[in-house]
Design a protein around this ligand. Structure first.
Ligand code: ZN
Length: 60
């Protein structure tokens, strides 16, 4: 069976994982209602996307 020749040191493991951090989701304002939404997504509050109503909002 293939097996690593040496133990991977804590430093090496840390160096490899230095780029694994999660980033916060970017938020933009909805052009219709001003709610904070993720870019390129339909607004959950008003159902608009790029100036047009796509879905009918659940409450309102
Ligand atoms: Zn909206």
């Amino acid at each position: 069976m293939a097996n690593p020749k040496r133990k991977l040191s804590r430093a090496s493991k840390g160096h490899r994982r230095a780029h694994l951090a999660l980033t916060r989701a970017q938020l933009v304002r909805c052009t219709h209602c001003g709610a904070m939404i993720r870019p390129h997504t339909i607004c959950k509050a008003c159902g608009h996307y790029r100036g047009r109503q796509i879905v009918v909002a659940e409450n309102g």
